[in-house]
Design a protein around this ligand. Structure first.
Ligand code: PLP
Length: 355
């Protein structure tokens, strides 16, 4: 730390991204990326856009928003595009939270929420998940806070139903409820259908997971025109060109190839069922996931040691050290071949000398 860092940041603990190894020797099942390449249409569009990099990107992200509006059945004024959904989540903390309106989110959830709270000097409450890692909806009723819910939740993969979300929206009419849908399309119900009914709802989504574009950094949010206007005030006060022109073009290309995304989602769901079954056969408990990862624990094998052995043998999964989840590993669902290789390695470890 330099002597120049402001006092209020002296205790700031930044977000720790999952490992991104520099070599290709690992099967990467640790950061919930897609095992499939981006749509060919996305790649072609990005290449074309690269030829015009002398120009600024469109600050309105118009084409992308029009396309998204069409797909999600809302007006383009109800959509904001951002540099990954992380950026719009940060904008939401900036726009809708302060000491009078603190943030609230689960104790076990996406790790960035508490970092965004800290960096924006926003007080926050962590609401404990139940023992079975589900969200207890009653804990979120009329709490006078800006609520952030990852649905499905990370790293558990467990989702709330639409009626449970609606109950939370109804009970907090004077507060924003952010539903972070990073994993839509994999079985959970989307809350987008409720945006015209509840003016306190903001739904965030990303191209990083099911659309195979994590490296392009493209996210967006859908809400009422007024909420989106507020977020745009923050955006134009920080970086109006937050989405670069190659990414914008790639995003439109990906949206023109919806069949590809839908096909990949289907494959991931099949591979998730396969992975869950095979893990259970080997004695793991696996939480019911509606995302592109599973969260699993074994009564006999120490999760951290298992993570390390897998890594030593070329398979990366994610282990978190938080007390409540230290016995679990989060395993991203890859291609069938990747999952078969994962089980091959897992079997050697489990049959070998005890860990
Ligand atoms: C991956 C993820 C995000 C962030 O995704 P971006 O790559 O920034 O779009 C946000 N929330 C959850 C729950 C995620 O898993």
């Amino acid at each position: 730390m330099s002597k120049f860092l402001k006092q209020s940041f002296s205790q700031l603990v930044p977000y720790t991204p999952g490992e991104q190894p520099k070599d290709n020797k690992y099967i990467k099942l640790n950061t919930n990326e897609s095992p499939f390449p981006p749509s060919k249409k996305a790649v072609a569009a990005a290449k074309k856009a690269a030829k015009k990099l002398q120009l600024y990107s469109d600050p309105e992200c118009l084409k992308l928003r029009e396309k998204l509006a069409e797909i999600y059945g809302v007006k383009k004024e109800q959509i904001i595009a951002t540099n990954g959904s992380d950026e719009v989540l940060n904008f939401a903390f900036m726009a809708f939270c302060d000491e009078n309106t603190p943030a609230a989110f689960a104790d076990i959830t996406y790790g960035f929420y508490k970092v965004f709270a800290a960096v924006n000097n926003v007080p926050f409450t962590q609401i404990p998940l139940s023992d079975d890692f589900t969200i207890n909806v009653d804990d979120y009723l009329g709490i006078n806070k800006t609520i952030f819910i990852a649905n499905p939740n990370a790293p558990t993969g467990i989702a709330l139903t639409l009626s449970e979300i609606e109950k939370i929206l109804k009970a907090n009419p004077n507060n924003i409820v952010v539903i972070d849908e990073a994993y839509t399309g994999l079985g959970a119900e989307s809350a987008v259908s409720l945006v015209n009914k509840y003016d306190n709802l903001l739904v965030t989504m990303t191209f990083s997971k099911t659309r195979s574009m994590a490296g392009a950094r493209l996210g967006f949010a859908i809400g009422s025109k007024d909420i989106i206007n507020d977020l745009n005030t923050v955006r134009y006060s920080t970086n109006p060109y937050n989405v670069n022109s190659m990414t914008l073009a790639a995003g439109v290309g990906a949206l023109e190839d919806q069949e590809y995304t839908i096909k990949n989602c289907k494959t991931i769901m099949q591979n998730r069922a396969y992975t869950t079954l095979e893990l259970k056969k080997r004695g793991f408990s696996v939480l019911e996931s509606l995302s592109n990862f599973v969260f699993a624990t074994h009564p006999k094998f120490n999760a951290n040691e298992l993570y390390l052995s897998l890594k030593q043998n070329g398979v990366l999964v994610r282990h978190f050290t938080d007390e409540r989840i230290k016995d679990y590993n989060r395993i991203t669902i890859g291609s069938k071949a990747q999952m078969q290789q994962f089980f091959k390695v897992l079997d050697t470890i489990m049959q070998g000398e005890k860990l």
